[in-house]
Design a protein around this ligand. Structure first.
Ligand SMILES: CC(C)(COP(=O)(O)OP(=O)(O)OC[C@H]1O[C@@H](n2cnc3c(N)ncnc32)[C@H](O)[C@@H]1OP(=O)(O)O)[C@@H](O)C(=O)NCCC(=O)NCCS
Length: 174
């Protein structure tokens, strides 16, 4: 069975809202640091996709990708197309998420490959991102050629306790 990476527009986001919600909900409840703290409900996840992401997908400010397996979304990532006139060559990776049941089979790498191709097609040749220092994603990004710009201590609250974790800023010139 093969995984396909597709771009989801506004309609796609609506069609696959339940899957996207499920991935975010499962990932946050699994302890990932992706912007939220516990408790985190399905309702919270659904509201995030609808209120915080959908408007930007509609306007074209964000490109949303989905990894499809047997008609379901099992992973996702977004490309933030930076608007500032002096950063037309730059874009940012946001919310790389793979459902906990489908990890470690290369899906994140596939998502990132398609994201980078999209960035290149749009003439964006600098990609930036940040990820919690020490998480699985950090070596993954390194293996894809991202370099560490630096570490900011106490950047974000841990999802499950009153503790502040570092974030690692990374970049790649395509
Ligand atoms: C980070 C995440 C997206 C990786 O997704 P994935 O589909 O499992 O990743 P892949 O299978 O493509 O793995 C890519 C590489 O990371 C490594 N890797 C993946 N999971 C790993 C783990 N738990 N421990 C060690 N290495 C791991 C793999 O070995 C692979 O390297 P290789 O191809 O050289 O063997 C996924 O773990 C996730 O959703 N985590 C929670 C959300 C998160 O932290 N997102 C990043 C926010 S910036």
């Amino acid at each position: 069975v093969t995984v396909n990476i597709v771009e989801l527009g506004e309609q796609g986001l609506t069609d696959y809202l339940a899957d996207l919600t499920d991935i975010l909900h499962a990932t946050v409840n699994d302890g990932a640091s992706v912007g939220f703290v516990l408790p985190y409900s399905q309702k919270d996840g659904r509201a995030f996709w609808l209120n915080e992401i959908k408007p930007f997908v509609s306007s074209g400010a964000r490109v949303l990708f989905a990894a499809m397996l047997e008609g379901k979304v099992v992973g996702t990532v977004q490309l933030d197309i930076i608007k500032m006139p002096n950063q037309q060559h730059r874009c940012e990776v946001a919310k790389l998420l793979v459902h906990p049941r489908f990890r470690n089979r290369g899906i994140a790498k596939m998502l990132m490959a398609v994201l980078e191709k999209c960035a290149q097609e749009r003439g964006r040749h600098l990609i930036t991102l940040d990820t919690r220092t020490g998480d699985t994603a950090e070596p993954l990004y390194h293996s894809l050629g991202y370099k560490t710009a630096g570490v900011i201590p106490e950047y974000c609250r841990a999802p499950d306790e009153e503790r502040y974790d570092s974030t690692t800023y990374m970049y790649k010139h395509l």
